[in-house]
Design a protein around this ligand. Sequence first.
Ligand SMILES: C[S@@+](CC[C@H](N)C(=O)[O-])C[C@H]1O[C@@H](n2cnc3c(N)ncnc32)[C@H](O)[C@@H]1O
Length: 288
Amino acid sequence: MFGAALKRLQNRWKSYRHRFVPWVVLNLSKNEKTLRQVSERSEDKLVPDEEVSRSLLRLFGVLLRSQVAPHAELRAHQTRLLGQETSEEAPRGGVSVCADEHDVMLRSLGFCLDRKPSSLPLAGTGVFVTKGRVPKGTTVAMYPGTVYQFYEPILLQSIRNPFVFRCIDGVLIDGNDRGLSKMVFKSCSGRDRMGPFMMSDSSWLTSRPQNPLAVGQYVNNCSYEAPANVCYQEYDVPDKFPVQLRQYLPNVNYSHDAQRPVRCVVLVSLRDIEAGEELLSNYYTIVH
Ligand SMILES: C[S@@+](CC[C@H](N)C(=O)[O-])C[C@H]1O[C@@H](n2cnc3c(N)ncnc32)[C@H](O)[C@@H]1O
């Protein structure tokens, strides 16, 4: 009888997946209501992948059309290479036609995000909705970083690094914007460049990411008093994702493998979120 009870306890422990790997020691939720439960990977989807693709394509398309002047020539070159027509006019006299990323976000998605001191005690920086409103089921942020398969070496990068996110299938995403992690991301991003086309975006490593969704690594853990309003969802970038829009993807594979899709993790709203609210996720998932 004792053996059976022990086995049950072991199975239960094994089924808890901490989304951040083990250096994070947080105030674990006091109640299972704050835990996310999934049966298998395919069920860890609040919204279908097609819906995630649609909202990323919409935002990235608007970002491309409103890019700053220094990129305009490169963009025109890319467009020529792709044999596509463009309705955009080149900026006159080198004057920037840049719309601020936040304006773009507000126009295309209906809300703005910003990083600010968290509303939770001792939680450092958090991510807030600063303008507009996020309806339930919206792709509200992306978790940027280098993507490691479970067998790839991450030991050095992971030391004292609270930004290593674990996907349900064991893939890891290092979202640290400093030190060795930063160097690795930049190096992999440069390696995967295809001629004039960047396949990923390194600007999330700065204080002003050109993809304004790429701040998901700063989303803090919920508590019993402040429940989660967003959840993580794995998203493998489909082959047909337009090459000229990949420059806004904030993820890159650690090892180059043209066959493997880039893994992204998006944060999806669990309810309507109003301006002024902090985004909070659940760092713990139960996989049955
Ligand atoms: C992925 S980072 C989130 C960004 C972090 N707040 C920062 O400023 O860098 C995870 C770390 O944030 C802090 N954190 C997240 N949620 C928290 C909470 N509810 N209470 C206290 N600290 C929290 C912990 O230090 C944790 O290791």
